[in-house]
Design a protein around this ligand. Structure first.
Ligand code: SAM
Length: 354
């Protein structure tokens, strides 16, 4: 079971199918457009838990959350839903008595799906209680137990590996829009830092570090950097937020992002412009090739069609360029919850840890 942004089911499932093919795991896709979820089905009725172990979840661009599940459980009795679900949970254990260290109740990120959210909240304490009574909660288990509800009488039960799945329920981080931020875009960068940088945040964003923000106006991304004490050069012909400029931490240059060159190397390059994805990827690779930045977070707006192909082309271009530099690096590409028809890319090089 793969959860994704509604409308991206095909990209999400195809991406995983491609990985399954390279691992020689026979599988096929089952999905309905705009449902916010898709299935990869084993062609040989085998468990797909090995996929959860073999594939690094962080390398998937379109999957928000995933788990290996059995068949759909239907006609849950209104008065005692836990009974059949406990039976299913028992069968999902890796071995008898191994249990689960965590649980997640979820539903699709669609209007239809969200109508189940209240039920899920009310059901969760009963579910946890029933699991405890049946000795299925085991703090040391590497597995999380999932229930994905279509409605209050239909669910899929499954398991994920706690260390190789999203730690946010349904892969959606709960972020609040900061009142002082100049634009809603600010949440995109906040989520990107949460997702890509995580526990390394203090090391990767230190006060006094420098950043260039290409396509910065009105300043939602720059605001996140200033909040972390970075000195920002904001590149945009458009106006920057007055209050942000009063921080004294931002220099605003009204120049073209594609020709601008920094006076000296910066710690971070950020870029959030509605340009062709390959065009932006080439721009970013130039910054690394010319040793003008140590790390980058940028957005790629996706075309209407062949969206997975566009992402893969950019990924290939970035890898071949960074490989030539012979420095350790990592690339992650993710459609974040706050991304719409776009993905966010994070490139870290070893030098960005210094
Ligand atoms: C989506 S907005 C950026 C929002 C910003 N990240 C924020 O959080 O507020 C895109 C910006 O890119 C700028 N832009 C587009 N092409 C540009 C270029 N070639 N050079 C400089 N800025 C550009 C636009 O003026 C626009 O302000």
């Amino acid at each position: 079971m793969l959860l994704c942004r509604p409308g991206f089911e095909k990209e999400c499932a195809t991406e995983l199918l491609d990985y399954a093919n390279t691992l020689n795991i026979p599988a096929y896709i089952s999905l309905k457009d705009n449902t916010g979820y898709a299935h990869l089905v084993s062609a040989e009725h085998l468990s797909l838990v090995p996929l959860l172990e073999e594939i690094d979840f962080k390398q998937l661009s379109f999957t928000r959350q995933w788990f290996a599940c059995g068949h759909k459980i239907e006609n849950l009795p209104e008065k005692n839903r836990t009974l059949p679900l406990i039976e299913a949970a028992g069968q999902l254990q890796s071995e008898p008595g191994s249990g689960f260290s965590d649980i997640e109740l979820s539903y699709a990120d669609t209007n239809e799906g969200k109508s189940v959210s209240r039920f899920c909240n009310a059901f969760k304490p009963h579910w946890l209680n029933a699991l405890k009574q049946n000795k299925l909660i085991k703090p040391r288990s590497p597995f999380r137990l999932h229930l994905f509800f279509i409605d209050s009488s239909t669910a899929w039960a499954g398991v994920s590996l706690v260390d190789n799945a999203s730690s946010d329920a349904m892969g959606i981080p709960r972020l609040r829009m900061p009142k002082a931020a100049p634009s809603r875009s600010t949440l995109k960068l906040e989520e990107a830092i949460h997702w890509f940088i995580g526990e390394q945040e203090e090391r990767r964003f230190k006060p006094g570090m420098t950043a260039v923000d290409l396509g910065a106006a009105p300043g939602g991304w720059s605001w996140q950097l200033v909040k972390r004490g970075l000195l920002v050069t904001a590149i945009d012909n458009g106006p920057m937020d007055r209050e942000l400029m009063q921080s004294g931490m931002v220099e605003h240059l009204r120049v073209d992002a594609f020709t601008y060159k920094p006076g000296s190397k910066v710690d971070w390059l950020l870029c959030d412009m509605a340009e062709r994805p390959l065009h932006v990827s080439r721009l970013v690779t130039r910054w690394f090739e010319q040793r003008d930045c140590r790390a980058a977070i940028f957005n790629l707006k996706l075309p209407m069609k062949k969206r997975l192909q566009a992402v893969n082309e950019c990924r290939q271009l970035l890898h071949s360029s960074l490989n030539r530099l012979k420095i350790p690096y990592s690339i992650q590409i993710k459609q974040l919850y706050h991304d719409r028809e776009e993905v966010t890319v994070c490139i870290l090089t070893d030098t960005s840890t210094q």
